[in-house]
Write a protein that binds this ligand. Structure first.
Ligand code: FPP
Ligand code: MG
Length: 296
């Protein structure tokens, strides 16, 4: 399979679904504009693509899961908007443009992020999904959304990220913990949601979660390597920020080359969890391997 072509095609599907999903909010002009600015203009859409790919692996129709895939991208986008605020990482650029607060101000950016988070839950919990999915599965999905975005997920990870610095005694275990919460929780949520809605059994769900968790930690290490080695033109955001902000990352602890090796090992570890399912998950495995190519 030509994975680059697959990603391009699926990105178009996601972009169009995201645009449609915001239409009901258009009348709230300023808030809509700030939300749409960050959500619709850029982003690789890797999380929603992982969700639809996992779901399709069970022979299901990807259209069924698009609202959930979009909802996960909304949580991700909210987290980027808040992460870029002057009170957090203070980043002026994101996805190849000025960050949300540079265009709409910190007040509106904060609220656009809040609104994206709430809207993602509104989308995921829409009663209309009962037409396609069992209520128990829907509740499980919404519960997973909450767990992954809250204290034991995204927010908890961001707090650890804010309070940790390379100046302190920082070890691999702590950095892995930060990356698991702040990045792997959403990536794992995307993959797990695909599995839950496809109706896979508990052990398969667990395997998908473990795959997602290891991929997610690797994804963050790759992001940190690129912060060190890439350029704003390629990444669409400022680079060399982690060093400047004394961030606790694998790159700070081990350097670029060893971090690349760890990222690769984590992908191998991730793939192992899906071995019992033979060729069912070939495409998400290819997607995981593709993410490593970004570091070359
Ligand atoms: C880049 O994703 C982003 C990450 C690797 C995650 C970083 C984690 C945070 C910013 C957590 C913030 C949390 C809170 C609560 C503020 P990507 O390369 O997929 O970006 P793209 O969507 O622009 O392609
Ligand atoms: Mg940050």
């Amino acid at each position: 399979m030509d994975i680059t072509k697959y990603l391009e095609e699926k990105k178009k599907v996601i972009d169009s679904a995201l645009e449609s999903s915001l239409i009901p909010l258009k009348e709230h002009s300023i808030l809509y504009a700030a939300m749409a600015y960050s959500l619709l203009l850029g982003g690789k859409r890797i999380r929603p693509i992982l969700a639809i790919t996992t779901y399709s692996a069970s022979g299901k129709n990807e259209a069924d899961i698009l609202p959930f895939a979009c909802a996960i991208e909304m949580i991700h986008t909210y987290s980027l908007i808040h992460d870029d605020l002057p009170i957090m990482d203070n980043s002026d650029e994101r996805r190849g443009k000025s960050s949300c607060h540079k265009v709409y101000g910190s007040d509106m950016a904060l609220l656009a992020g809040d609104a994206l988070l709430s809207y993602s839950f509104e989308m995921a919990s829409n009663p209309i999904h009962r037409n396609l999915f069992d209520e128990k599965l829907l509740l499980e999905v919404v519960n997973n959304f909450a767990l992954s975005s809250g204290v034991k997920g995204l927010v908890g990870g961001q707090v650890m990220d804010m309070i940790s610095s390379v100046d302190e005694e920082i070890n691999e275990e702590t950095i892995t913990y930060i990356d698991r919460l702040k990045t792997a929780s959403l990536i794992s949520l995307a993959i797990r949601t695909g599995g839950i809605l496809a109706g896979v059994n508990e052990s398969e769900k667990l395997a998908l979660s473990r795959f997602g968790e290891n991929l997610g930690i690797s994804y963050q290490i790759i992001d940190d390597v690129l912060d060190e080695t890439s350029s704003p033109e390629i990444l669409g955001k400022e680079t060399q920020q982690d060093k400047k902000n004394k961030k606790a990352t694998f790159v700070a602890l081990f350097g670029v080359e060893k971090s690349k090796n760890i990222a690769q090992e984590l992908i191998l570890k991730a793939v192992d969890f899906l071995k019992p399912y033979n060729n069912k998950y070939t495409t998400i495995i290819e997607l995981a391997e593709f993410t490593l190519g970004r570091m070359k």
